[in-house]
Every structure is written in structure tokens, then in C-alpha cells.
Design a protein around this ligand. Structure first.
Ligand SMILES: Cc1cc2nc3c(=O)[nH]c(=O)nc-3n(C[C@H](O)[C@H](O)[C@H](O)COP(=O)(O)OP(=O)(O)OC[C@H]3O[C@@H](n4cnc5c(N)ncnc54)[C@H](O)[C@@H]3O)c2cc1C
Length: 342
């Protein structure tokens, strides 16, 4: 696919059979130094996926307002209507808005944690922020890059045939965003990092602290009458994710270990889905307190987006959880040779 206009090069060492490397710094410390740099890069790659999604959303929104096609919903009018009025287009746009704003908040929050980790002089505080950054990094990277690409694909769909052509920007968004799930550690590697390392950090204490933050945000939202049922939905999602985490971790110590690890990517997706709920309900809580002042439309849109996510998107997480819980062993019975019989 290629990143057009990007100065990307491949360096091959040792092609002529004579390649000498020189050790910089102490032996066996290189990977630690590299990870220090790479962790920040991973969040930035997540930001790249999110930014492509945001761009694609705005292009799709503009197009949907301008493009006229078909009669207005429920009419047989000969006059063509803007496609934003069609139920499917409208739903797709709100889907895109919800994920884009959830991802943006997640990236900003993680960077906020990084800032606090850097500036605080209190050792315990520093550790607290550090743990949050550690646990959220693979989610930022993998979830935002996968969802970012998915959002760009939706933007192409909204454009119809135009979206598939070079002349319309969303084609470039999809192409450029795809790399984000591959470099800085593929998303499968991010999923293993989350599943095998981060949620086990400090015997699960860091993960528990993250859950605590999520539940506190839900509790705050629940106190606002207009948001109560939506906050409850997010709370249900958090609890379901917690149970799944315990079950999957337990499975890694049994004969089902391979099966459990094969679920690392779907698991990360589930965590990301729930994190989106947390981010959106948090925004809705803040927005509720600002209604009736300047920018009313902005805050109303925040609240409606969070409600839509809690009711229409988050519940899909239960299907994903159910699919993991089925514990079906077909995957284990598939030998390499059987894959060839397509
Ligand atoms: C445009 C572009 C720019 C790049 N820029 C840089 C750069 O600046 N610097 C740099 O160092 N690299 C760069 N890369 C390389 C990039 O980081 C690697 O392509 C990436 O890390 C994946 O490694 P790989 O290609 O060897 O794939 P592989 O590691 O061979 O992976 C292939 C597939 O197997 C899966 N897989 C592999 N191991 C596991 C495992 N243990 N468990 C589960 N699944 C697994 C992967 O998820 C993937 O789906 C760039 C790549 C591209 C395309």
C-alpha cells in the first residue's frame, strides 16, 4: 500500500557477508533503552490512527451533507435529499463520532498521565501515573490503530464510489492508517503485552487501580439523572470485562493455555470497548454540568454521543465475551495441514 510522500527507507546490513556491529552502552541493556523510546512511540502511533479517524470523520460528514441521493426517508419525493438524512448514513456517522471522540480522550488522558509521571515529586504518585501509562499504552496503540482504520473504511463507505478513488481524501486516510496496526509492534504483540504482562503487573494491582478509576467515573455519572441508565450500562461492561480477565488469566495455567492466548487480541478489543465507554461517559458528565451555557450544541452532542455508545455500541461487547467463553476447541484441532483444504 505504501505511505506515499513519507521518507521511509529500508537499511540492510550484512548483505556482503561482512557486517560488524559495535556495542553502545552496557551489554543486554539495549532493549530497555529502546523500550523507553518505544513506549512513547506506541502512544503516538495510536494517536496517528485516531487522527486519521478524526480526519476521515470530518470528510465523511461534509460529504454526507453535500451529496444528494434518493428521496428523503419515508417520502417518495422526486427531490433528492442529502444522504446524511438516510438512517444508515446517520448511524455510521454517529458510530464514527463516538469512536473518534473516545479515542481522542484516551490518548489525551494517557498523555496527561505521562505528564504527571514526569512532573510530580511524590514517589508514590509517580508510580501511580507510571502504572496507568504502562497499562494503557498497548490499548492506545492497538485499539486506536484498529478502530482508526475501521473508521476510515466507514468513511469510504459513506462516500460510496467516490471514496474508493484517489481524488477523495478518505482513500488516503485508510491507506495511511493501516500501517499503524503494524509498526511499533504489531497489534498482536500489543495484545500479548496487555494480556501477559500489563494486567499481571504487581499481581494485578495496576489493573485494579485502572478499574477503580473507571468505576469512580461511572459513579459520578450515575448521580446525574439524565445519565443514570447509561452510566449503569458502562458499569455493567466494566464488571463483565473484570470477570473475563479473571477467567482468561486462570485459563493460562491450564491445558487451555494456547486457547487463552489465542484470545489476547479479542481481549484487548474488549478492554478498548469498555475504555471507550469510560471516556465517553466521563465527557458526558462534564458536558451535563455545562448545558445551558455557551456552546450548548457542543455539550449536547457530547451527551448524545455517550448515550448512543452506551446503548447501541457497547452491548456488542457481550457477544465478544460470549464467543470467548464458549471455549470452543476447533482451533486446537486444526492442524497446519488442514488449513490448506480451503
Ligand atoms: C511503512 C513502515 C515503516 C516502518 N518503519 C520502521 C522504523 O522506522 N524502524 C523500525 O525498526 N521498523 C520499522 N518498520 C518495521 C515494523 O516495525 C515491522 O514491520 C513490524 O514490527 C512487524 O514486524 P515484521 O514485519 O517482521 O512482521 P512479523 O513479526 O513477521 O509478523 C507477521 C505477523 O505475525 C504476527 N506475529 C509475529 N509474532 C507473533 C507472536 N509472538 N504472537 C502473535 N502474533 C505474532 C504479527 O502480529 C503479524 O501479524 C516499518 C514498517 C513499515 C511497513
Amino acid at each position: 500500500m505504501g505511505m506515499k510522500g513519507s521518507a521511509t527507507a529500508v537499511l540492510n546490513f550484512g548483505d556482503n557477508g561482512h557486517c560488524i556491529a559495535e556495542l553502545l552502552g552496557p551489554e543486554r541493556k539495549g532493549i530497555q533503552v529502546m523500550f523507553h523510546m518505544m513506549n512513547e512511540q506506541r502512544i503516538l502511533v495510536g494517536m496517528q490512527g485516531m487522527a486519521q479517524a478524526g480526519t476521515a470523520y470530518l470528510h465523511a460528514l461534509n460529504f454526507a451533507k453535500e451529496r444528494k441521493q434518493g428521496a428523503a426517508f419515508g417520502t417518495r419525493s422526486a427531490e433528492q435529499t442529502a444522504i446524511i438524512g438516510h438512517p444508515d448514513v446517520k448511524r455510521n456517522l454517529l458510530w464514527m463520532k463516538a469512536y473518534t471522540e473516545g479515542m481522542r480522550a484516551l490518548i489525551f488522558y494517557t498523555m496527561y498521565c505521562m505528564d504527571w509521571e514526569t512532573v510530580t515529586l511524590n514517589k508514590d504518585e509517580k508510580q501511580k501515573w507510571h502504572d496507568l501509562v504502562e497499562i494503557l499504552t498497548p490499548v492506545c496503540k492497538a485499539y486506536c490503530s484498529d478502530k482508526g482504520f475501521e473508521t476510515c473504511v466507514k468513511a469510504i463507505q459513506i462516500h460510496g464510489g467516490y471514496g474508493y478513488c484517489h481524488e477523495y481524501k478518505v482513500e488516503q486516510c485508510a491507506r495511511d492508517s493501516k500501517i499503524t496496526s503494524i509498526y511499533e509492534g504489531t497489534n498482536a504483540i500489543q495484545a500479548l503485552d496487555l494480556f501477559d504482562r500489563k494486567i499481571r503487573m504487581k499481581q494485578g494491582a495496576a489493573f485494579a487501580a485502572l478499574i477503580g478509576n473507571m468505576k469512580a467515573a461511572v459513579e459520578e455519572a450515575q448521580a446525574i439523572a439524565d445519565l443514570t441508565p447509561y452510566a449503569a450500562e458502562i458499569g455493567k461492561g466494566i464488571t463483565a470485562m473484570e470477570y473475563l480477565t479473571t477467567e482468561l488469566l486462570a485459563a493460562t495455567t491450564t491445558d487451555d493455555s494456547f486457547l487463552a492466548y489465542s484470545c489476547a487480541s479479542p481481549y484487548l478489543e474488549i478492554v478498548g470497548d469498555v475504555v471507550m465507554g469510560w471516556m465517553l461517559i466521563w465527557q458526558a458528565t462534564i458536558a451535563s454540568g455545562k448545558l445551558g451555557k455557551d456552546d450548548d450544541a457542543y455539550y449536547t452532542s457530547k451527551i448524545l454521543t455517550a448515550k448512543f455508545y452506551a446503548s447501541s455500541l457497547l452491548p456488542m461487547v457481550y457477544g465478544k465475551i460470549l464467543a470467548i467463553r464458549k471455549n470452543d476447541r476447533s482451533l486446537l484441532q486444526m492442524t497446519d495441514a488442514l488449513f490448506g483444504h480451503a
